[in-house]
Ligand binder design. Sequence first.
Ligand code: IDP
Ligand code: MG
Length: 169
Amino acid sequence: MICTLLAIFSLFSKAMAEARERTFIMVKPDGVQRGLVGKIIKRFEEKGFKLVALKFTWPSEELLKKHYADLASRPFFPGLVKYMSSGPVVPMVWEGLNAVKTGRVMLGATNPADSAPGTIRGDLCIQVGRNIIHGSDSVESAQKEIGLWFTEKEVIGWTPATTTWVYED
Ligand code: IDP
Ligand code: MG
């Protein structure tokens, strides 16, 4: 009996922990210039993910070089840093079950030429060097990116009134 209760409790807390997965999403300078911020936020809101951090900021080249450190040796890196530092961006943190993986699916492929219709990139942009949005590719990179762009205090824990209508438990 106690074992069953413990098993149920551990399944429940596992589901709750998974529902707290966080991903770092950012509207890039072209998305801001093209007036797509509201539309992009709406997609994540309507999906059922929870917004836990957001800001409007013009990022430094230094921050962008850290953000894209993994790509430093790629030929497009200097152009990428120039593009990303060319204007304000909207970094955000979204939370929910499988937020990282589902967030990537919602973004679509890196190159909009390969992004499926219905995805953000598939619907709203054309070229890889102007692909309007960033999304973390793993839970580990999400944690790194959230730490780069936000302080701990800027990430807000809260419970939306809709939670029990989005999740079964
Ligand atoms: P991702 O944004 O889908 O995770 P990454 O391979 O991590 O894709 O590349 C980061 C960003 O670098 C892309 O979103 C895009 O803006 C840019 N990028 C990637 N490949 C190219 C390229 O071949 N030419 C120009 N820019 C590129
Ligand atoms: Mg990436």
